[in-house]
Design a protein. Structure first.
Length: 174
């Protein structure tokens, strides 16, 4: 997660693709069925970065499935507020590897059939918001984000939402 930390240009798409095989995971995921992506996540053992370390694939599997008579509107939210005292787990990823975050959100969106994602960022992190928005624009220009991603028919967009710095925003019941 922190590869490339300290390299001030690491956040750029060209470096992410060249040095870190960026967006190859997305290409692979888009060639699969969403349920297969969730199964891969479960098998990987990847855990969330919150305090509980909850298995990500298991969490993804909780998303309600569409049925013939019910279609769900789904949104994906990344809480990168870092409102907990002494927390520095999100800003390093956003600063040095924003494309890794973006790619992960697109894959999660595909797996759970969400078409819109929000990255909730602490309002004081102006430089991170600028980097995230620049990285999102880079991804859109290369058809890695937006409409018909990589010709797959899957649409997913991201919006960076600037928070107000309240700790309650990190609570799942808020």
């Amino acid at each position: 997660m922190l590869r490339g930390a300290g390299n001030l240009d690491n956040w750029r798409l060209a470096i992410y693709q060249k040095e870190h095989e960026g967006y190859l995971g997305l290409k692979r995921a888009l060639s699969m069925e969403p349920s297969q992506v969730i199964d891969e996540m479960k098998a990987s053992g990847i855990r969330g970065r919150g305090g509980a370390g909850f298995p990500a694939g298991l969490k993804w599997s909780f998303m309600p499935k569409d049925t013939a008579d019910k279609k769900y509107t789904r949104y994906l939210v990344c809480n990168a507020d870092e409102g907990e005292p002494g927390t520095f787990k999100d800003r390093s990823i956003m600063e040095y590897n924003p494309h890794q975050l973006i790619e992960g959100m697109i894959i999660a969106g595909f797996a759970m059939q969400c078409h819109m994602g929000f990255i909730y960022v602490r309002g004081e992190f102006l430089w991170l918001i600028e980097k995230l928005e620049a990285a999102i624009e880079e991804a859109k220009k290369e058809n890695l984000l937006g409409q018909n991603i990589l010709g797959s028919g899957f649409n997913f967009d991201l919006i960076v939402y600037r928070g107000a710095g309240a700790y309650i925003c990190g609570e799942e019941t808020a």
